[in-house]
Design a protein around this ligand. Structure first.
Ligand SMILES: Cc1ncc(COP(=O)(O)O)c(C=O)c1O
Length: 380
């Protein structure tokens, strides 16, 4: 198993003036602190609710929260009921439980290249292969505003992915951690909704949708869900029972109360902030990056993916950037084939627009110098 490069980078960032484009976390200023305080007080202030909140509860999750999720999924074009939903400790636990259910050593896992490092960490514990002819155990994709590229998969590509999963008779994990954070353009149909159209019902679908409350409500509460065929959900519930019995009851009750009242406004608030930061980052990249550097233009989510001219390696750039008080995540860790040495992931979620401009200006100057070392030398 490999550790996370991201934590490593953050521990090396120095200086009071440091600017981090490294973490993929929401801006804490956007988290609904007052709503969370009110929900905790309301639940713990009511003796009947408090007794429930502090007690063991069902592995599949707090029913009212599962009900809210089923309604949310219906609004996304996925008709389903309670038996199609299980609450997990974030989307990350969903990935871990699914890896336990489906992957055996030597079986093949189909992923996007590059892909989300946390998924690879969950899968690697079960020793899959990512290349070659092995029997496919599962396919995994982040179709909306992917981590790390920020890109969105068009509907036709989603259809092809479903075809590949069907040809291999393998499940397809649809990681929708960022799906709610769309800034512009028409939403693409989820892979799950496309498969339901093909198969007639969620209970005949091979798509396992992993949702998360982390990016708009509170990553600290560790709450996400799986929405899938009831037969699959039943197996996940058994795996989860063995892992940790259930997600903390109080957290689920709090999340239910907050999601019911504030989910839509939280999405709107987050989108309004992140779109301005994305625009600031795209403007700054255009202004400060030398010719030959290219980057993605995300329609949502938190990341811009930058590719330097081939042959350049970001290892030296990262060392110099950290000295200059700027952090980013080197792209190589997101590749399952060891490539990607000239790529980097930038998150615009945390710094203000002016800090983004300052940080990208610093980074652009370093890239320019590394891209043309001779010119820089002769210029003194
Ligand atoms: C693509 C993707 N999936 C899943 C997760 C994990 O999210 P959660 O906090 O819901 O476990 C993340 C977190 O960064 C992510 O980027």
């Amino acid at each position: 198993m490999r550790g996370s490069d991201i934590r490593e980078v953050l521990t090396r960032l120095r200086g009071d003036d440091a600017i981090s484009f490294a973490g993929g976390m929401p801006d804490p200023a956007l988290l609904p602190v007052e709503a969370m305080r009110e929900a905790h007080a309301a639940i713990l202030g009511d003796p009947r609710l408090a007794a429930t909140a502090l007690q063991y509860s069902a592995t599949a999750g707090h029913e009212p929260l599962r009900h809210w999720i089923a309604g949310h999924m219906a609004r996304l074009g996925v008709p389903c009921d309670l038996d199609n939903v299980v609450i997990t400790a974030g989307a990350q636990q969903a990935l871990d439980l699914l890896a336990r259910l489906f992957i055996a050593p030597g079986r093949r896992v189909l992923v996007q290249v590059p892909t989300y490092l946390g998924a690879v960490q969950a899968f690697d514990a079960h020793e899959p292969v990512y290349e070659g002819p092995g029997q496919m155990a599962l396919a995994y994709a982040v179709p909306d505003f992917a981590n790390p590229t920020g890109e969105t998969m068009p509907e036709a590509a989603r259809g092809k992915l479903l075809d590949a999963a069907r040809a291999a008779d393998a499940p397809l994990i649809e990681d929708a951690a960022y799906q709610g954070l769309r800034f512009e353009g028409q939403p693409e149909p989820s892979c799950l909704s496309l498969d339901i159209r093909r198969e007639g019902s969620i209970d005949h679908s091979r798509v396992i949708y992993c949702g998360s409350f982390s990016k708009v409500l509170a990553p600290g509460l560790r709450l996400g869900w799986i929405c899938a065929a009831r037969e699959l959900v039943r197996k996940v519930v058994l795996a989860k029972q063995a892992a940790d019995l259930h997600v903390p009851t109080l957290s689920q009750m709090v999340m239910h109360r907050v999601a019911e009242r504030h989910h839509a406004t939280q999405i709107a608030r987050s989108v309004a902030t992140y779109v301005r930061r994305r625009d600031a980052m795209l403007r700054a990249l255009a202004r400060h990056m030398p010719e030959g550097v290219v980057w993605t233009r995300p329609q949502g989510g938190m990341f811009v993916w930058v590719t330097l001219p081939s042959g350049m390696d970001v290892t030296e750039l990262l060392a110099q950037a950290l000295e200059a008080g700027v952090a980013f995540v080197p792209g190589r860790g997101f590749f399952t084939d060891g490539s990607g040495g000239n790529t980097l992931r930038l998150s615009y979620a945390l710094p203000s627009e002016s800090r983004i401009e300052t940080g990208i200006a610093r980074l652009g100057a370093l890239v320019s110098r590394l891209a043309t070392p001779r010119a820089a030398l002769s210029a003194g």
